[in-house]
Each structure stands twice: as structure tokens, then as C-alpha cells.
Write a protein that binds this ligand. Structure first.
Ligand SMILES: Cc1cc2nc3c(=O)[nH]c(=O)nc-3n(C[C@H](O)[C@H](O)[C@H](O)COP(=O)(O)OP(=O)(O)OC[C@H]3O[C@@H](n4cnc5c(N)ncnc54)[C@H](O)[C@@H]3O)c2cc1C
Ligand code: SF4
Length: 322
């Protein structure tokens, strides 16, 4: 690890000033400290944001809930009213990593975590994402990689919270140079879709301050499949959310994680599901639409039937059938 200066910020403005052009924000440190130790990122100074006031709160509201960027994943998992209001968010939080990690990992850090591609994580490999010439995964070990991408890097977004927030149509509020920007999950990762060097759309100094979740969809569900039962990222994850009135879905949204640099969504499938009664045939048809343009690679085609089954099961779980 390279030597660095360390500072603690007590307000968002001071955090921005301290981090300047070459620093990094330190939240729970689960991802960042590993990246620093492996010389994958440099940060000077390292700005501890854990003392920023007010960002560790969950606030309920009639139209929307607010979750501060410093709220831990365990806080979400253990919040009884979140379990009732956003069951899919509770399920996603409780599947992340391990209890020890969930106790310190934060919402902001989860959304901004870097690629898990093993070539990226290997300090001696200079792949495209690290401004080398080649994506090594494309022609080699790509079992954990994307089925969709808009650029030559095939590393997917692995944040389970991002998948669920996308289905719930939540917004990330990002502080950039004193102004608040409101981004959908699609916007938070749009840069990673088109730019091989990017992990997300954040620029140096951008601070996620909170996430706002509309209450419009009272049903939500999340499911994932991983190699290991715990302490592992998803091979594929799926979240779905909707209102159900008279047995019919209203404003449904489905999102998938670990298969694209952005939480993968299909507006055509969401429109197709709108107003439908959920049954196996409808859920299967939606899954076909969502996966229509997928481009499996040599070693990750197994994700196709996995995603198909997850979409169907997660949708049926919305009405309690899975
Ligand atoms: C074994 C293992 C299994 C895991 N499984 C999963 C899983 O299934 N699903 C999943 O989603 N995650 C999983 N994780 C990842 C884990 O959830 C993240 O590492 C963690 O959430 C990061 O949060 P943190 O607060 O520790 O972030 P940090 O490590 O402190 O920060 C991570 C990055 O985010 C930036 N950052 C932090 N806060 C902000 C902010 N407010 N604004 C802007 N940038 C910010 C930092 O500068 C850094 O670049 C797993 C991790 C491990 C070790
Ligand atoms: S998928 Fe992306 S991070 Fe992985 S080797 Fe290719 S360019 Fe690098």
C-alpha cells in the first residue's frame, strides 16, 4: 500500500474540499482498503466520511423513504418496517456477504464498489479497465462476466442494492460541487455501460448522500444465485417490484444484477407486464423479453437459464407463489 494522508470530514463541503482531485472517500472500507493494499487505486488523502452528520439515518415518508449513504447494510436488514414496506430490499441486504461485512458496509460504498473481475483485481495485470490494451476476460476466463455490455469491458455491476433500487425506481442523490444531482440507477451506472474505464458515473469528488425510494410499489422481491451459500457475490440476481390491484400488476419493474455494467432492465418487458395477471406463462414471456439481446460468452452461457428461472421465480414471488 502506498503511503497516504488521512483526514476526517465533518461536513459534505469539507469532505469535498479534503478529497480534492486525488483523494478517495472511506466509508466501511470493505472494498477500498483491499483496492489500496493491492495498489489498484491510490488515494491521497483518504477522507473518512463516517462522521458526516445525518447520513446514517433511515427516514420513512408517505411518498418516499430516504436512506442515508452511511446507513449500513445491517441497518437495512434489521429494520422491521423496511421488511414490511420493501421486502425485496430486506431480502437483498440479508444476502450480501456476511454478517461482519454487513455490520460495517454502507449503502454509498455498496453502490460505488469497484469491478470484481479477477483480471482487474490482479495487481500485475493491466487490462483495458486499467488503461491497458486488452480485455483479457473476453477471450479467457469469463464465467462471472456480462451477458450485455456497451463497450469492450465485460465486467458487470455486482451491487445487490443497485439491482433492488432499480426495480423500486429509487434515485441516488449525488452531491457534485455543492449541487445535488438526482440519478436513477440506470444513470448511476450509465458511464460504465459506455466507457471501459468507468465503474459507475461518479466523478472524482462526487459524494452519494442518500437514496430515495418511492413507496408506489408495495410488492417487491429479490432472489440471487451464488456459487457459495454465503460470503459470496451473485452469479445472477433479480429484483422485481409492482403494485398489485385486483390481481393485476401496476407499474411493474424487473432488474437483474451481475449480467451487465448497469442493472439490466427492459422497458418493453415492464410495459408488457403492466396490467397483466401474474402467472407462469406471463412471467416466462417477460423473461424471454428481458434476455432477448443477451450475448453469452464462451464460459457464461449458464447464466441464461439461471436468469430465466430467477426472473420467473422473482415475479411469481411478488404474488406469493414462489
Ligand atoms: C466476501 C464478500 C462478499 C460480498 N458479497 C456481496 C454481494 O453479494 N452483494 C453486494 O452488493 N456486495 C457484496 N460485497 C461487497 C460489499 O457489500 C461492499 O464491499 C461494501 O458494500 C462496500 O461498502 P463500504 O462502506 O465498505 O465501502 P468502502 O470500501 O468504504 O468504499 C467503496 C468505494 O465506494 C466509494 N464510496 C464510499 N462511500 C461513498 C459515497 N457516499 N459517495 C461516493 N463514493 C463512496 C469509496 O471511495 C470506494 O471507492 C461483498 C464483499 C465481500 C468481501
Ligand atoms: S472485463 Fe473489464 S475489468 Fe475484466 S479484464 Fe476485461 S477490461 Fe479488465
Amino acid at each position: 500500500m502506498k503511503a497516504f494522508q488521512y483526514a476526517t470530514a465533518h461536513s459534505p463541503d469539507s469532505a469535498r474540499q479534503l478529497v480534492a482531485d486525488n483523494g478517495a472517500y472511506l466509508a466501511g472500507g470493505n472494498d477500498l482498503l483491499g483496492l489500496l493494499k493491492e495498489y489498484l487505486v491510490t488515494a491521497d488523502p483518504l477522507v473518512n466520511i463516517k462522521s458526516l452528520p445525518g447520513l446514517n439515518k433511515i427516514e420513512d415518508g408517505r411518498k418516499a423513504w430516504t436512506i442515508g449513504a452511511l446507513v449500513t447494510i445491517a441497518q437495512i436488514e434489521n429494520h422491521a418496517d423496511i421488511k414490511k414496506t420493501f421486502p425485496g430490499l430486506h431480502e437483498a441486504a440479508s444476502e450480501i456477504a456476511s454478517l461482519q461485512i454487513r455490520n460495517v458496509a454502507t449503502v454509498g460504498g455498496n453502490l460505488a464498489q469497484h469491478s470484481r473481475c479477477w483480471y482487474f483485481r490482479q495487481r500485475d495485470v493491466k487490462c483495458l479497465k486499467k488503461h491497458g490494451d486488452l480485455c483479457y476476460a473476453r477471450s479467457s476466463e469469463n464465467r462471472y462476466h456480462s451477458l450485455f455490455t456497451g463497450n469492450d469491458c465485460i465486467s458487470p455491476v455486482v451491487s445487490s442494492l443497485a439491482t433492488t433500487f432499480a426495480a423500486l425506481d429509487a434515485s441516488a442523490i449525488v452531491l457534485r460541487d455543492g449541487k445535488e444531482l438526482r440519478w436513477s440507477m440506470a444513470e448511476l451506472y450509465a458511464e460504465a455501460w459506455k466507457n471501459p474505464y468507468a465503474h459507475n458515473s461518479l466523478q472524482p469528488g462526487d459524494l452519494i448522500v442518500r437514496v430515495e425510494i418511492p413507496t408506489a410499489r408495495s410488492r417487491s422481491a429479490y432472489m440471487q444465485i451464488s456459487d457459495k451459500h454465503a460470503f459470496d457475490w451473485a452469479l445472477v440476481s433479480c429484483a422485481a417490484a409492482a403494485e398489485i390491484a385486483d390481481g393485476k400488476m401496476k407499474s411493474p419493474r424487473v432488474a437483474l444484477g451481475s449480467i451487465s455494467p448497469v442493472p439490466h432492465q427492459s422497458e418493453a418487458a415492464n410495459s408488457f407486464l403492466d396490467g397483466k395477471v401474474l402467472d407462469d406463462a406471463t412471467a416466462t414471456q417477460a423473461a424471454d423479453m428481458i434476455l432477448k439481446d443477451a450475448k453469452p460468452l464462451e464460459h457464461n452461457a449458464y447464466k441464461m437459464p439461471m436468469a430465466q428461472a430467477l426472473i420467473r421465480r422473482t415475479l411469481l414471488k411478488l404474488k406469493g407463489d414462489a
